[in-house]
Design a protein around this ligand. Structure first.
Ligand SMILES: Cc1ncc(COP(=O)(O)O)c(C=O)c1O
Length: 397
């Protein structure tokens, strides 16, 4: 079977720590351990005393209790703590998807489940969020993608990369179609809590007996380095997912589990989420101002949640100054030759400080291959990324 690589993740992993301006990141500027403890008013002593043994492999009782309390009618036994929501998605797909299954996935997307399902031998069909419909998918396409016999439907809500939150009608349409064909519904809700307008997106949890929710601390909480995610599932399913997790990472790191419980203590959680929303609200106008500087080069729609803006470029552009925007192709965008669609982030608090140091945009003139900025014609850049070490230097030293 042909292996489907996770192109987007590899592209980000290669560049994200090597560029000066990371315009493709989907999280806010992360908290440090010091900042988290300070915000919580907690002493570092308990963290320093965490024993470096194997921690409870499905998550400590304290952490699972705090996660369970976020969902109506959920017991701690229904929670599986994983190494990031990426592992949560993995174990759910592993538990559910078999060769020949049909899987329906929202597009564009982070594409983890899109690639994974194919690697487990499934046939994957997409349903597309449409810019012209304020990023709602078409009800007809949803119906045909969730064909009779579909085993799994995957939604990301709030959505990455558009930041769209599904309307109530569309939620209902997806749920009823999943119920009609008897499919499981995996709701990746990792951007829940990062809504700019402050209204928390309701979870899919509880809306149908075959709903599984994945979430984690990487996005709305600004704590990706803890690598803490979780699965919320009907009784029994979490145990079956846990049995897969025995083969993947065994358990979360004890220090991460400890700090995750600190972050999810209700009073601290509110402050952590308020910090994220504050960053998004103050950085969004900065990136919008920056895009406006280039006249009609870009068009965009503001995200309701998360840090992403979907930006359509009528001309191919290059960003200079060590900037990394995410290529649309890495997310299976429906971008024709006329418009390139990329994701730009507004979540880094660094972009607030950088001001005049923002990367410059160069518009490519397809016929000449020259790069144009503010009307000036320049020769194409001779700079190449170093292919051996992936640094942004012309040559490795
Ligand atoms: C929709 C979605 N799900 C899951 C993940 C993986 O996140 P984590 O860092 O929690 O593993 C990402 C990361 O960008 C994402 O965008």
């Amino acid at each position: 079977m042909r292996f489907v690589p996770f192109e987007l993740e590899r592209w980000q992993s290669t560049w994200e720590n090597r560029v000066r301006y990371n315009l493709s990141e989907s999280g806010v500027h992360p908290l440090s351990i010091h900042e988290l403890l300070e915000l919580a008013g907690a002493s570092p002593a308990p963290l320093l005393d965490v024993r470096l043994g194997y921690s409870q492999s499905n998550g400590t009782d304290l952490l699972r209790g705090r996660i369970a309390a976020l969902y109506d009618g959920v017991a701690p036994e229904q929670i599986l703590v994983t190494t990031g929501s990426a592992e949560a998605n993995f174990v759910v797909c592993w538990r559910l998807v078999e060769a020949g299954d049909k899987v329906a996935v929202m597009l564009p997307n982070y594409l983890q489940t899109w690639g994974l399902a194919q690697n487990f031998g499934a046939q994957v069909r997409g349903f597309t969020l449409r810019a012209e419909a304020a990023w709602e998918p078409s009800p007809d396409e949803v119906r045909s993608a969730i064909a009779p016999g579909t085993k799994l439907v995957v939604v990301t809500n709030p959505h990455n990369p558009t930041g769209h939150v599904l309307s109530n009608e569309m939620r209902q349409a997806i749920l009823s179609r999943a119920a009609e064909v008897g499919a499981w519904l995996l709701a990746d809700e990792v951007y829940q809590g990062a809504e700019r307008d402050g209204a928390t997106t309701p979870s899919f949890w509880g809306s149908y007996e075959r709903v599984i929710v994945v979430n984690g601390l990487s996005k709305a909480y600004g704590l990706p380095g803890l690598r803490i995610g979780w699965v919320v599932a009907p009784p029994g399913f979490s145990n079956e997912a846990w049995a897969r997790h025995d083969y993947t990472t065994i358990g979360p790191a004890g220090a991460s589990d400890h700090l995750a419980a600190v972050a999810l203590e209700p009073r601290v959680r509110e402050q952590v989420l308020a910090r994220t929303r504050g960053i998004l609200r103050s950085n969004y106008p900065v990136i919008e101002q920056w895009l406006k500087r280039f006249g009609d080069t870009f068009s965009w729609r503001a995200a309701r949640a998360g840090r992403s803006l979907r930006v359509a470029e009528p001309h191919p552009v290059r960003l200079r100054g060590g900037a990394a925007p995410l290529p649309g192709s890495a997310r299976r965008d429906r971008a024709g030759s006329e418009a390139r669609v990329r994701r730009l982030r507004c979540g880094s608090s660094r972009s607030r400080r950088s001001g005049t140091r923002s990367p410059s945009v160069w518009r490519s003139r397809p016929s000449s291959g020259a790069f144009v900025r503010s009307g000036a014609v320049r020769p194409p850049s001779r700079t190449r990324w170093c292919s051996s070490c992936a640094s942004n230097k012309p040559r490795c030293t």
